[in-house]
Design a protein around this ligand. Structure first.
Ligand code: AMP
Length: 438
């Protein structure tokens, strides 16, 4: 038997409904903030990720799925979404579109060669958004509000927004110098990974998975203390707007995030929920003012975030969040050979009218067909045998009330639609239209 690749998994039909419901909320919230969907390929030239995510990040050093295709091109399965969106924005000249900032979101699979565990897979899914074209701190705040609105819409509790600023290039260089000065005499006490990170990109020492909680790193200088005057103004602008929008946050001076391209604001969203286990971070993002330029585009600032969709679903497991039950409108029980063709005709008619209809395809006995109708959670069970065909009628049973009636074939569609409408209407006869009918 061929089995799935380690770190991947199937989303089976019994689970797809909760994915569709999550996607539905993502689409609605994105619409509220007027973001439009972008779909990019799941593989790109390897160079794109090396130059954007950063050669010295864990993602590029240890986690990418790289291969050369049959034309000897070096390609990589995307480990994150931002690089591809930026590539597409440059290639399609979206920076020149009169509609600015460009407000884009994406949903799709990402690939990282990580150690699989609960909430961490090798193929996982992200919902991410990018706002490109504006330097305004209002856009940073807008992105955080967008992320929080999504979690609110999903009713995920106990969420903390952690925020920090790395500043502009000037601040980042000043901070790098401070960090090197501090780490140089102590670096031999840290792990070998930290030591090699220190040589090429000292900032990456701060997110070393082995030593990140060591007292040396905990006491290291913080980026906020090296902010340039302009970077300070930007950060304060973000905080002021968050306050105006009623978004609570905590400043986490140690937050740096594991990707090289960030400037100014970085943020993470954590949920303190038992079902998330060790993977409390559901999403994160930040501003990346230089990435478009560094990928040979124009000077075009941006800010974005990404959520892990599996983590969101794990968080949802902590709350009482029943999925809407699956159902069909009608199940057609067919008895006898002669009824088959007529049944097919009836089903097509009902489906053309927008009803969800299914039937038996095994010639099961009556009782087993009833069972199948129940398994499918059919609202109406339609019974057709030779007798009914003769009289051009259908026996219709309302699964909820148990009431069974014989309905003329020609009236069947109307009968079911009216029945569904009155079942989904729960005013108990109090509203005006019901009063009229009564
Ligand atoms: P990042 O692009 O690393 O900032 O990740 C953004 C979000 O994607 C994280 O906060 C997680 O929720 C999710 N994520 C990252 N890596 C994985 C993974 N290997 N498996 C599942 N979710 C992940």
């Amino acid at each position: 038997m061929i089995t799935k690749i380690k770190g991947t998994y199937d989303i089976l039909p019994s689970e797809t409904r909760k994915w569709q419901e999550l996607e539905e909320v993502i689409f609605q919230v994105s619409r509220l903030y007027n973001f439009k969907e972008i779909r990019t390929p799941i593989f790109e030239a390897s160079e794109l990720f090396h130059r954007s995510v950063g050669e010295t990040t864990d993602i590029v050093k240890k986690e990418t799925y790289d291969f050369s295709d049959r034309g000897n091109r070096l390609v990589t399965l995307r480990p994150e979404g931002t690089a591809s969106v930026v590539r597409s924005v440059i290639e399609n000249k979206l920076f020149a579109d009169p509609n600015q900032p460009q407000k884009l979101y994406y949903v799709g699979p990402m690939f990282r060669y990580e150690r699989p565990q609960k909430g961490r897979q090798r193929q996982f899914h992200q919902f991410g958004a990018e706002a490109l074209g504006s330097y305004s701190p209002a856009v940073d705040a807008e992105m955080i509000a967008y992320a929080i609105t999504l979690l609110k819409a999903l009713r995920i509790p106990k969420v903390t927004v952690k925020i920090n600023s790395l500043g502009d290039q000037e601040s980042k260089e000043a901070y790098r110098a401070e960090l090197v000065k501090y780490l140089e005499p102590k670096i031999s006490e840290l792990c070998s990974d930290c030591q090699s990170r220190f040589q090429v990109n000292p900032l990456r020492v701060l997110d070393c998975k082995i030593d990140k909680d060591s007292p040396i790193l905990v006491a290291a200088p913080k980026p906020l203390d090296s902010l340039s005057p302009l970077a300070k103004i930007h950060f304060q602008g973000v905080l002021d707007r968050l306050q105006a929008m009623g978004v609570d946050y905590v400043i986490d001076k140690s937050l740096v995030r594991g990707l090289d391209y960030y400037t100014h604001t970085v943020f993470e969203l954590e949920a303190d929920l038992p079902t998330l286990g060790a993977q409390a971070t559901i999403g994160g993002g930040g501003r990346y003012n230089d990435l478009v330029k560094n990928l040979d585009g124009p000077d075009y600032p941006a800010v974005g975030f990404a959520f892990g969709m599996e983590r969101i679903l794990l968080a949802l497991d902590s709350i009482d969040n029943p999925s809407k039950p699956d159902y069909i409108h009608a199940f057609l029980i067919v008895l006898g050979q002669r009824s088959q063709a007529k049944a097919a005709e009836v089903m097509m008619r009902l489906r053309h009218g927008g009803l969800i209809v299914d039937t038996d395809f095994f010639g099961r006995p009556l009782k087993a067909q009833f069972k199948q109708a129940q398994r499918q959670n059919a609202m109406y069970i339609l019974i057709m045998g030779d007798d009914e065909i003769e009289k051009d009628v259908v026996n219709v049973k309302n699964a909820k009330t148990g009431v069974q009636e014989t309905i003329k074939s020609a009236d069947l569609y109307q009968y079911i639609v009216q029945g569904i409408q009155s079942q989904s209407h729960s005013c108990n006869g109090q509203c005006e239209s019901c009063a009229d009918e009564c």
